[in-house]
Design a protein around this ligand. Structure first.
Ligand code: HMG
Ligand code: MG
Length: 295
């Protein structure tokens, strides 16, 4: 059967905005996060403490975090290395995410490291984060297909997933970075992984329009943490064929229809995405946002 509640891990302010051409003012990002929390989202990935030259869109992380004091939500941030962790901890952040790749090509493009080198880079990050009382999410990218390497074998993904989880991650998010997965592939991967399902999340991009079908396949196998991005913002600057994430509104529409509780107020969320689309100067790609806002 399906779960009765689902936790949405909102990634719009991070995965969404990291890929926007326009630089969004820090105050607009802060308002976006406040509005997402007001719409009922309880986990909102706020920003990244990566090298500012690699992701200039999120170079204002130090300025943004202090503006989020009153937000009633967990606010995890991405950190790639010890330098990033120090920056985050110095601001009082106590929820971090490291991000590995199942493939060598993307590890090189995204982290300038081999897979082994990136796992070695994360090891002290996870240990020090836990010692500081922080919770740790591990992302694993390219779990289905890779723009340079094509289809990625499930056994390969399972092996890297195990190593990442064993570093001490509380949660592992399986990324379909370029949105090529289909439901049978999702089922096959989840059946191959030897990680307890209550520690798993899924992170779908909607390039081929499969994100909701893939989500249903994951729900049917007991996954109940789903990543999504308000308005369908997103992509990845180091994977050319990546488009936006599964739109949070599309996800909430399906969850509401299935009677699965998310705690999200769809009307307030849609209004937020319409407002954000205005700030970005382009309409939201979410079908649900368009239908509900008559865009
Ligand atoms: P590198 O060039 O190998 O860095 O990049 P390095 O370790 O050689 O250090 C070079 C310089 O950068 C040093 O300064 C460091 O201090 C500085 P110098 O001594 O030369 O003056 N530096 C930093 N400065 C600020 N903050 C830091 C930091 N680290 C080093 N954290 C690095 C390696 C990992 C830093 C780089 O590759 C990087 O920042 N990559 C991040 C890329 C990224 O953010 N990608 C998008 C997120 S992943 C994603 O979107 C996928 C996901 O959504 C899931 C999915 O869809 O699959 C999560
Ligand atoms: Mg992503």
């Amino acid at each position: 059967g399906l779960p009765s509640t689902v936790r949405i891990h909102e990634v719009g302010p991070r995965d969404g905005l990291q890929n926007e051409k326009a630089t969004v003012p820090t105050a607009v990002k802060a308002e976006f996060i406040h509005r997402l929390a007001d719409a009922g989202l309880r986990t909102i990935e706020a920003t990244s403490f990566v090298h500012p030259k690699w992701v200039p869109q999120l170079a204002d992380a130090e300025q943004l975090v202090p503006l989020l004091g009153g937000v009633d939500a967990r606010l995890p941030v991405l950190v790639p290395n010890e330098r990033g962790l120090e920056r985050a901890l110095a601001l009082g952040v106590r929820e971090i995410a490291v991000f590995a790749s199942a493939t060598e090509s993307f590890a090189k493009a995204n982290l300038n490291r081999t897979v082994d080198e990136s796992v070695a880079m994360f090891e002290p990050v996870v240990a020090k984060a836990r010692a500081a009382g922080a919770s740790v999410r591990g992302y694993l990218s390219m779990c289905f297909g890779d723009p340079w390497e094509g289809s990625v074998p499930v056994a390969r993904v399972a092996a890297v997933a195990r190593r990442l989880f064993d570093l001490g991650c509380d949660e592992l998010s399986l990324g379909d970075t370029i949105g090529v997965a289909t439901p049978g592939h999702v089922g096959a991967l989840l059946d191959t992984l030897d990680i307890p399902v209550d520690h798993l999340a899924v992170h779908f991009h909607d390039t081929y329009g499969q994100a909701l079908s893939n989500t249903l396949a994951a729900l049917q196998r007991g996954v109940c943490t789903i990543d999504a991005s308000a308005g369908g913002l997103g992509g990845c600057p180091y994977a050319k064929s990546a488009t936006g994430n599964l739109a949070t509104e599309d996800l909430v529409w399906m969850m509401d229809g299935l009677g699965i509780d998310t705690g999200v107020d769809l009307a307030r969320l849609t209004a937020t995405s319409v407002w954000m689309a205005d700030q970005l100067g382009r309409p939201s790609p979410s079908r649900t946002v368009r239908a509900l806002s008559h865009q």
